[in-house]
Design a protein around this ligand. Sequence first.
Ligand code: NCD
Length: 320
Amino acid sequence: MTDRDGRRHLLGMADVDAADVERILDTAKSFEAVLDREVKKVPTLRGRTVMTLFFESSTRTSSSFELAAKRLSADTMSLKASGSSVDKGESLKDTVQTISAYGPDVVVIRHAGIGAPGLVTRWTDAHVINAGDGKHQHPTQCLLDLYTMREALGRLDGVQVAIVGDVLHSRVARSNIQGFRMMGAEVLLVGPKTLIPRGIEATGVRVSHDIRDIADADVVYVLRMQRERMAEGAAYVPTLQEYTARWGVTRARLRPTQLVMHPGPMNRGVEIATDVADAAQSLILRQVEAGLVTRMAVLYDLVTRPYREPAAAPVVAAVA
Ligand code: NCD
């Protein structure tokens, strides 16, 4: 993880390299054994405090961070925008400074503003984890997806992944393109021209506007149609029915050996057919399981790994 201002944070996939990813996935794997026990808890982060701040809605990410911290014996506190003083117009800075007064070790934040987690690092002494900032980054989703793929296929290098749908509004796609490429997977983006950012080939991915091109993929990664991020009035697709007819991932469009992933929440019957979501080839619930051990591993890694040695200051010998 990148050290910034003497502390380690996870703000985006640019903060990790392939060695970091391997180490986090291996740590996550070792936590699987803990979750198989009758007492599903280890004392690793006893006496530490993990605070989660969710300014955007969340089911999987918020619940798994909270449970991950608890499984490591940390104290947890979760703040949601609704029901907190954010409702009364308190600024992000005041909110972060207020919770920082309690001395958290880690602050996990989800916010609609791109770059909000980076700002938070200025207002707290805690390690900061980005749990999703606007359409920018969602690094722990990428790590749990890599974990899920490595478990299912036994490798990441050379795996062919087709990411299908609304890439334009997806922070999951941005983190996954970076992380999948970093680990040697080949990425093909498939969707309507209006939902694939122009020039994205520069990141080392291929682009297709024909759904039949998912045929060669080992993994078909389906994205949610992010209706809440589509500016009102802008017609990205003629109608959702038309989107489904042209781009929906259905059984007829898949081979039985292809694996299917989706970060959730799903619009069943829109970007993914219900029978595909529930099929044996679907890894969607395995992704949720992976979210718990992967987030345990990220918390553990941030809090317990020693900082990198700062570069030694040049010694300037005094001239006698
Ligand atoms: C994603 C998110 O919030 O970015 N969901 C998640 O974290 N599991 C994807 C989405 O909302 O489509």
